[in-house]
Write a protein that binds this ligand. Structure first.
Ligand SMILES: Cc1ncc(COP(=O)(O)O)c(C=O)c1O
Ligand SMILES: N[C@@H](CCCC[NH3+])C(=O)O
Length: 391
């Protein structure tokens, strides 16, 4: 698998030498390129980046400069958006079971809330919002695994179409403008059909609302190939099919996270231990959770060796759990202690899902644009204890 645009082996090696490992290394060019391809595929649409995929404010700012809006899920993400220059108008907030305090703070910050329960609607009205959105379950779901399907039967996200119409009525009755119907069916699908079907269904739901909202948000979920064997999603064809299905007089909102950032980033990690068929590296599921959590595949290459793959290796992280592997049976050039490995396609739900398990500090993040810039320092080991009270 290739490195992201504008990043070569020497760059990754010098990042590792200067800033240590594990470190996430992002190509600004690839982020811009993916944004531009979506903008071209969905002309006139609002491309609303789902900040949860990669919340680094420098990446948010890069997308804002390109013309993106922002979808947020917490006050923390709203603050990250503000620090990246997004105003309230440029952001929406779509969350599950938020506290009334959180909803009030989001409204105070001027961000449009997509509610998904009658109770949330009451809180947003009480908080003095002028506008509101409603999240509906369009009855269609899709995703790379069951854990990430958020629409269809059994999904807990979004109200029913009838409830959505009732919530629109409630907002109108309270003098609050219902400006958005929102849906999101799941994450990481590589075929256009589910999103096209959802778009058709969402438009039917819009037809039954008391007013047509300004925005109709069909969510994100656009997948990307994690291996050379997977066919990429044809976003141009998807854009055309969605636009053909979108027959309401509203601004189309597309809300991808993964598609915009996943391929922009690699995780560089150093080999600390070489055993019989198992190599131990300094990045584990504390750094990149996806393999352990979803059995997700991330390609791994040995940056330090020119040789063709010499064998198959299990790649283990440093966490004291037998499930801490980044990959199994990977064909790579024979690793030696001190070698650098690259874990590909790590820009979405990588750093964003990292933890301090085993009291290992959070990794560093670097962006490569005209030069190489640290966009998040590696956490110092003792920083993780700063809220601890010893007496
Ligand atoms: C409400 C909402 N919008 C957008 C997304 C973005 O998903 P993805 O990264 O798969 O595009 C998510 C996450 O699945 C989400 O929950
Ligand atoms: N975290 C998931 C995607 C879930 C998106 C959030 N709704 C992943 O890494 O694939």
């Amino acid at each position: 698998m290739e490195l992201p645009q504008g990043i070569d082996r020497d760059t990754v090696a010098s990042v590792a030498d200067e800033h240590g490992t594990p470190t996430y290394v992002t190509s600004a060019t690839t982020v811009r390129d993916r944004f531009d391809s979506l903008r071209d595929a969905f002309p006139g649409a609002r491309i609303q980046y789902a900040a949860k995929a990669n919340t680094n404010p420098r990446i948010l700012a890069l997308l804002r400069e390109r013309g993106a809006a922002l979808d947020t899920v917490s006050v923390g993400e709203v603050i990250a958006g503000e620090s990246a220059g997004f105003g309230g108008d440029g952001m929406m907030y779509t969350s599950y079971a938020p506290s009334p305090e959180e909803l009030r703070e989001v409204v105070d910050r001027g961000v449009l809330v997509n509610v998904d329960s009658p109770g949330q609607m009451e809180t947003v009205i009480d908080a003095g919002a002028e506008r509101v959105g409603v999240r509906v379950n369009p009855g269609v779901g899709a995703g790379h695994s069951d854990e990430v399907v958020t629409g269809g039967k059994g999904a807990r996200f979004g109200v029913t179409p009838d409830e959505a119409a009732a919530l629109f009525e409630r907002a109108l009755g309270a003098g609050v403008e219902p400006v958005c119907l929102h849906a999101h069916i799941g994450s990481g699908f590589l075929e256009p059909e589910p999103l096209v079907r959802a778009t058709e269904r969402i438009c039917e739901i819009v037809d039954d609302l008391p007013v047509t909202p300004e925005y109709v948000d069909i969510g994100g979920g656009l997948g990307i190939p994690y291996s050379d064997a997977e066919e990429p999603l044809d976003v141009e064809a998807l854009g055309k099919m969605v636009r053909d299905a979108f027959d309401v007089d509203a601004t189309l909102v597309v809300e991808p996270g993964r598609y915009l950032v996943a391929e922009s980033t690699v995780l560089v990690t150093r080999v600390n231990t070489v055993g019989d068929g198992v190599i131990g590296v300094d990045a584990g599921f504390n750094t990149l959770l996806r393999p352990a959590m979803y059995d997700a595949y991330h390609a791994v290459t040995n940056l330090s060796r020119d040789a063709a793959p010499t064998g198959r290796y299990d790649i283990a992280g440093p966490i004291c759990e037998s499930g801490d592997y980044l990959g199994h049976g990977r064909r790579i050039a024979e690793p030696r202690e001190g070698d650098l490995l690259v874990v590909h396609t790590a820009g979405a739900y990588g750093f964003a899902m990292a933890s301090r398990y085993n009291s290992r500090p959070l990794p560093a993040e670097v962006i490569v644009d005209d030069g190489v810039d640290v966009i998040r320092e590696r956490e110092a080991v003792d920083e993780q204890f700063r809220n601890v009270k010893l007496d």
